[in-house]
Write a protein that binds this ligand. Structure first.
Ligand SMILES: [Zn+2]
Length: 261
């Protein structure tokens, strides 16, 4: 192992030891389930130093150990997770801080994501191909519906999801309330792919029009009532036009939006 202490210099320090440290920092981010990586280019830059400080703090290591640079002993300690009892206690105290670090780093890259419905009480039953083509998000009466990501509005019908000549959607009889709002995603983020159609069945009181672009979080309308106050959220790749049918299991998207938005 290199005996150099890594410091920000001009021109920057370069070499395999720097690249090794960048890998160690990235491994630590991975251990914390943070979906962000420092560029492993073997150049010790200001960004490397900032990430070093974040990772040390997140581990519970006193940042004054960083004064003067990243000594080889410090790198070994981080790599082998040889933390003192005091550092372990601080590590436990800093779990909220690590959650905020995660939010900060992941927000830097990703397009905005918003929850689908202002408040979901349960998401009963789930997706069952041929039987129920979406997930029912059970919510308070008149809950607000939000665009999960930047999208184009491709379909708004106050009635007609099943009523006006449309096929009944699997899992729901034609007699129930049948407004619908459908979006086409304009970005790829998490499990949502650009071009996916995201449909809200039982959507009422639409506030958007076909052709309009909406940003994540923009209000689309309100949940309607069909047996219970809920929306039927469905996803397809765009292969069924605007018929309003789910051909993909929306579970991952529902959870992703709930966690991120
Ligand atoms: Zn449903």
């Amino acid at each position: 192992m290199s005996t150099r202490t890594l410091q920000v210099q001009s021109p920057p320090m370069t070499g395999g030891d720097v690249e090794g440290w960048e890998r160690d920092l990235n491994a630590q981010l991975g251990d914390w389930s943070i979906d962000y990586r420092l560029t492993e280019d073997g150049r010790y830059t200001v960004e490397d130093r900032a990430m070093t400080a974040s990772v040390l703090y997140g581990l519970g290591i006193a940042v004054d150990e960083l004064t003067g640079g990243v000594a080889p002993e410090l790198r070994t300690k981080v790599r082998n997770k040889r933390l003192s009892a005091e550092e372990r206690a601080r590590y436990d105290e800093r779990s909220d801080w690590r959650a905020r670090l995660r939010a900060r780093l992941e927000a830097a890259d990703d397009p905005a994501v918003h929850r689908l419905v202002s408040r979901v009480l349960s998401d009963d039953w789930g997706y069952h191909p041929g039987v129920h083509d979406g997930i029912d998000l059970i919510c308070p009466l008149d809950a607000l519906l939000h665009a999960p990501v930047r999208s184009r509005v491709i379909d708004v019908r106050a009635a007609g999801w099943w009523g006006l000549g449309a096929q009944p959607s699997p899992g729901h009889p034609v007699s129930e309330g049948d407004g619908i709002i459908q979006l086409e995603a304009l970005v790829t983020v998490g499990p949502i792919r650009e071009g996916f159609h995201l449909g809200f069945g039982h959507a009422e009181h639409a506030r958007v029009e076909v052709g309009q672009t909406v940003d994540a979080g923009e209000i689309l309308g309100r949940a309607g009532f069909a047996n219970a106050s809920h929306v039927h959220f469905m996803v397809n790749r765009g292969e069924v036009g605007t018929r309003g049918v789910g051909t993909l299991d929306p579970r991952e998207i529902v959870d992703f939006c709930a966690e991120r938005g």
